[in-house]
Write a protein that binds this ligand. Structure first.
Ligand code: AMP
Ligand code: MG
Length: 482
């Protein structure tokens, strides 16, 4: 018996009826090599790591034996601002939905499992490098406190794929993603396009029932729908703030990549920023910089605005618009909280006057733009050099390395130093230990920069050596350790 096939599977989406998906079969692959299994997630599914063999993983999530039906979900979306009614799961399907030991429902969804009615001429496959990149991104973001999907498994499948953006032929893989839900903004856009408010109401009721415990309390009252949108606006603002604070550029924020639970997912051409640069763009095909690092909060707001069109079939457009006006303020609040944590100050903000906190965050960004230093390097240097003496002596702050080696930003550093000093002074002396602790728990020692990915990919391609990949993964999963 394979325990992976006997989880607490619940056909929640399937039972909504076949208007929402197509039944599909998995591709048969010539080879199955398990390259990654997420034992951390097994525990969340109530499974003992030792009870699950690699063979179990391969049978369930590489050969796809013993569990059906598989559902290719239907959705549309705005891609780079253009409406596309030909989307849908084109290289994946919903494998199953499971109840975690926390009582929550999770989706197991594939990527690279073969063609579907939505493949649009594509091969339905995932490159091994694409799979490796998604595993790394999801684990790294999770460890940094970003609300994200994870990867349950990655199996190499022994095919040769041709891709424009990788040296080809390139190796193939199939991945199983673990997420809250794969219902997207685009799932609602599709139902509006087909003029099916009845189905949209059904889907929204489902979303609220399963993923929105707050709005669920309204039961049958009409406020329920607006309460959902209100909470979604807040969750999306929080997610955008998380990306910005950890220095992550998703790369492709089309509405089919926006989860209705506001969880981050689908890691294609993403990148972590090196220097702080709002115009940094991750996707090579994003010529206009639409989804640049700095545009992410605004694009998320635009996507929330686009979602109003379908939702207006069910609730008053003016009410939706009214709720969205709170987005910029909410985003700022979430972002401030995250950035103050990176400066060592979050759990102490009660004592920090709000205008001082705002000045500090904005001057930090000004400094980072002026100074030729890495975003993550700056916060790591702050963490490593921080001293309680900084509270007493403004000149002691970054007195050594940073000040001397960055004459180009001497003026901005001076301004920032005075504001940071004032911030520390507004706290009692005994708060300095808490600040040091906060810095250490927020600023990673290791970041998934592109060269780090290339460095682990090279031994895989040259000698099939996976050790550097496992080591990097381990480091990313414990970014604050030791
Ligand atoms: P993405 O940009 O990864 O979110 O993908 C956009 C759409 O293209 C989704 O509907 C995918 O399922 C589909 N897609 C991407 N790559 C392939 C492929 N190799 N074969 C078939 N469909 C694909
Ligand atoms: Mg996608």
């Amino acid at each position: 018996m394979n325990p992976l096939l006997h989880l607490d599977y619940i056909p929640a989406l399937e039972s909504l009826g076949d208007d929402f998906y197509d039944l599909v079969a998995a591709a048969e692959f010539p080879q199955h090599r398990l390259r990654f299994r997420n034992d951390d997630l097994l525990a969340r599914l109530g499974l003992e790591q030792a009870a699950i063999s690699d063979g179990h993983f391969i049978a369930a999530f590489g050969q796809f034996r013993g569990r059906e039906p598989f559902l290719a979900l239907r959705y549309h979306g705005y891609q780079f601002g253009q409406y596309n009614p030909f989307l849908g799961d084109g290289r994946g399907f919903l494998y199953g939905q499971v109840r975690g030991i926390d009582g929550e429902l999770y989706d197991l969804g594939t990527k690279g499992s073969g063609p579907t009615p939505y493949s649009r001429g594509g091969d339905g496959r995932l490159t091994l490098k694409g799979g490796v990149r998604e595993v790394l991104a999801a684990e790294a973001l999770h460890a940094l406190g970003v609300t994200t999907s994870r990867t349950l498994s990655l199996v190499e499948t022994g095919e040769a794929l041709w891709r424009g953006d990788e040296p080809s032929p390139t190796r193939s893989s199939v991945m199983v993603r673990f997420s809250r839900s794969h219902i997207r903004f685009g799932s609602f856009e599709r139902l509006h396009y087909h003029d099916r408010p009845d189905l949209m109401a059904k889907l929204l009721e489902h979303v609220i029932d399963v993923y929105y415990p707050g709005p669920r309390l309204y039961r049958d009252r009409p406020e329920r729908f607006l309460a959902f949108y209100d909470e979604l606006v807040d969750r999306v603002a929080a997610l955008a703030a998380q990306w910005m604070a950890v220095g992550f550029c998703h790369g492709v924020l089309n509405t089919d990549n926006m989860s209705i639970t506001a969880e981050s997912f689908d890691y294609g051409p993403y990148a972590f920023i090196d220097r702080y640069d709002p115009s940094f763009t991750a996707a090579y095909f994003d010529h206009g910089g639409r989804y640049s690092y700095g545009n992410q909060p605004g694009i998320c707001q635009l996507n929330l605005k686009a979602l109003q069109t379908p939702l207006a079939d069910l609730m008053a457009a003016a009410d939706l618009e009214q709720l969205l006006t709170s987005y910029p303020k909410r985003y700022e609040q979430h972002y401030q909280t995250r950035m103050l944590a990176k400066l060592g100050l979050t759990s102490l903000t009660q004592n920090l006057p709000q205008d001082l906190a705002q000045d500090l965050v904005s001057e930090t960004l000004t400094l980072l733009e002026a100074m030729a230093v890495g975003y993550h390097d700056f916060f790591l240097a702050l963490t490593q050099q921080f001293s309680p003496q900084w509270r007493d002596q403004s000149e002691a702050i970054f007195a050594t390395s940073l000040a001397a080696s960055h004459p180009e930003a001497a003026h901005q550093l001076d301004t920032w130093r005075r504001t940071y000093h004032r911030s520390l002074q507004s706290l009692p002396p005994e708060a300095m230990a808490t600040a040091a602790d906060q810095l250490g728990r927020t600023n990673p020692k290791i970041v998934l920069l592109r060269p780090n990915i290339e460095a682990i990919w090279e031994p895989i391609t040259l000698t099939d050596d996976w050790q550097p990949f496992y080591q990097l993964l381990q480091d990313l999963q414990h970014p604050f350790a030791g």
